[in-house]
Design a binder for this molecule. Structure first.
Ligand code: SAH
Ligand code: SF4
Ligand code: F3S
Length: 472
């Protein structure tokens, strides 16, 4: 019997990976994915708890789904609503109380049990019990050992989780509570999964972990590998042209990883290295355990290993106790590093975290004003970074159809979104379409092309492919 599952993903890339693995786990049980909740037998909300609004979004989505579920029931169809991910882990029991329409709640570490959980929820519904299914364990057996080998379609770019959990306990952050303790997958498992991804057409892999550069996975030969060593192993797979990793912590930026940017051509010249604040006093209160000066040393070492490396970061403004001079220190750090892109947030007190009970909360209006100034600076830097690409030729991995006909969307080595006008290059005969895959331009997806950049905007750049068929 074929059943339909719709999975909606919030939050970080690890949730994106987890959602794909949920689909992989369900597929042998007759579930096919559908991209809308309408008509689905099972809807999974894979949630994020990092900031307030994220959880609120989940509640309003559950509200919308309730209406849909009631409509379906009138037509004699049953729809099951499941809440997964970090909100499920943190507030699962409360969610079930607040929204009785939810049939099933499970956390990020138990989704390998999903088919059994779904059966159990179905059974309880058939018996019309008021009990529902809640599974927010941190099981001793790692979920990775129980995930199926078969991967669904992945497209040319894929995420691969290599490390989970966090032991760092930054005082603002819920992740150590929602994802549990730090854990690294063995090297052989990761290489095996990367090979299967390569066989499924993947060319670009992003290695994921909440603290990806704290990676220390077991080697078959004994001992453990650093992330730098793991990148060497994955780069040895021929089809894998590009490797990235995220998210890194400054404390774990070791020499082998910095050297990987110099020595491994597939290791892309882009790094997301969140610093959060430029003030040592605030960094200390955040429990980040490094100074601004140490961060600059790392940036300098990275730039001498790979001069063109593009940098990105996360920033929190209005952390408890942050005063004007702390904030100015953050602006000064940004000026000095010069980022290609960045994410920034107002501090949001999260239940159960140490900073949430601090007496020195910063007023909302001050947070808003600081965020606007910070984002202004970051936007200018990002725009300048993009503008500097004009006239250059960059390799672009084509990932999906573009907005306009004859256009495809891809990424530069520096993570910029690139709109590529393929129409003319194909008409000229510079590139040939694979007739077997249909005659539209989508058959070029997955190719790596040298593209001359002709225009730049705040969030993307655009260009035309050069005639160099040898590149794909
Ligand atoms: N492991 C990563 C980041 C995980 S969370 C790291 O160590 O950097 C992603 C980002 O969300 C963080 O970098 C931080 O900038 C932001 N964030 C986390 N908790 C937050 C909070 N309570 N309020 C505002 N932003 C927060
Ligand atoms: Fe959260 Fe800090 Fe761990 Fe990152 S390192 S996941 S910010 S506790
Ligand atoms: Fe959000 Fe959980 Fe990721 S809280 S950011 S989905 S680890």
């Amino acid at each position: 019997m074929t059943r339909k599952v719709h999975i909606k993903t919030y939050g970080c890339q690890m949730n994106v990976y987890d959602s794909q693995r949920m689909a992989d786990v369900l597929r042998p049980h007759g579930f096919v994915e559908t991209d809308a909740p309408d008509g689905a037998d099972l809807v999974i909300l894979n949630t994020c708890h990092i900031r307030e609004k994220a959880a609120e979004k989940v509640y309003s989505e559950v509200g919308r789904l309730r209406a849909l579920k009631e409509d379906e029931a009138k037509n004699g169809r049953q729809m099951m609503i499941a809440v997964a991910g970090c909100v499920a882990q943190a507030e699962g029991a409360e969610m079930m109380r607040r929204a009785p329409v939810i049939d099933l709640v499970f956390g990020p570490q138990t989704y390998h049990r999903l088919p059994a959980l779904v059966d159990e929820a179905l059974r309880q519904r058939a018996e019309r019990t008021s009990a529902r299914v809640l599974d927010t364990d941190f099981p001793v057996e790692a979920k990775f050992d129980h995930l199926p080998g078969d991967l669904g379609a992945r497209g040319p770019s894929a995420f691969l989780t290599v490390q989970e959990g966090c032991d760092k306990f930054c005082t603002f952050c819920v992740v150590p509570y929602t994802r549990g303790a730090e854990f690294s997958r063995p090297v052989a498992d990761i290489v095996d999964e990367a090979r299967r991804m390569a066989a499924a057409g993947v060319r670009d892999i992003t290695l994921l972990g909440q603290n990806v550069n704290a990676y220390h996975g077991a080697l078959d030969s004994g001992g453990s590998a650093t992330l730098g060593e793991l990148i060497h192993e994955v780069a040895a797979i021929d089809e894998i042209a590009r490797i990235r990793y995220t998210t890194s912590h400054p404390r774990d930026m070791d020499d082998s990883l910095i050297a990987a940017h110099r020595d491994i051509p597939a290791c892309m010249p882009y790094l997301h290295l969140p610093v959060q604040s430029g003030s040592d006093r605030i960094l200390d209160a955040m429990n980040r355990k490094h100074t601004a000066e140490r961060y600059f040393e790392i940036i300098d070492a990275l730039r001498s290993a790979r001069p063109d490396i593009a940098l990105s970061s996360d920033f929190i403004v209005g952390f408890p106790g942050e005063d004007d001079s702390d904030f100015e220190a953050t602006l000064a750090l940004i000026e000095r590093v010069n980022y290609a892109q960045a994410y920034s947030f107002k501090y949001s007190p999260r239940p159960g975290t140490p900073a949430s009970v601090s007496e020195d909360q910063v007023p909302e209006a001050v947070k808003s004003e600081r965020l606007a100034r910070l984002q202004d600076l970051l936007n200018t830097q990002q725009h300048n970074f993009n503008a500097a690409s004009i006239g250059q030729t960059v390799d672009v991995l084509l990932e999906r159809p573009g907005r306009r006909a004859g256009q495809l969307l891809g990424r530069s080595p520096y993570m910029q979104a690139v709109h590529v006008d393929v129409h003319e290059a194909v008409t000229n005969g510079d590139y040939t379409l694979d007739e077997a895959q249909g005659t539209n331009y989508d058959s070029l997806i997955g190719r790596l092309m040298p593209v001359r950049i002709v225009a730049a905007g705040p969030n993307s750049i655009s260009g035309v492919p050069l005639a160099n068929e040898a590149q794909h």
